[in-house]
Design a protein around this ligand. Structure first.
Ligand SMILES: [Zn+2]
Length: 95
């Protein structure tokens, strides 16, 4: 698994050699953290926080770290960086 930000996209190279590209804007809009996607209560209802407008730099990735074999965690230029994207989730985003 390799990933490289290229321009406004994230390039992913899977272990089978397949390559996919995900626009950073899509990545940010689908940030899986609780403050972006809401939390699910015991009855399965999703409580979404009010959609905040994205500030400058929201779709610019300034750095990222790999989360031990599980996925990766990008940090965005507007300071957000709590979302951890699992490889499975990235595959679904790329599909
Ligand atoms: Zn988030």
């Amino acid at each position: 698994m390799q990933l490289t930000p290229i321009g406004s996209e994230l390039a992913l190279k899977w272990s089978n050699g397949e390559e996919t590209f995900i626009p950073l804007e899509t990545l940010r809009k689908r940030c899986p953290c609780a403050s972006c996607q809401g939390e699910t209560d015991v009855l399965g209802a999703v409580h979404r926080p009010p959609q905040k407008p994205y500030g400058p730099g929201a779709f610019q990735m300034v750095q990222y770290s790999l989360v031990g074999g599980y996925g990766f965690q990008p940090r965005w230029a507007d300071g957000h960086g709590t979302g951890i994207y699992s490889w499975d989730y990235l595959r679904r985003l790329a599909a």
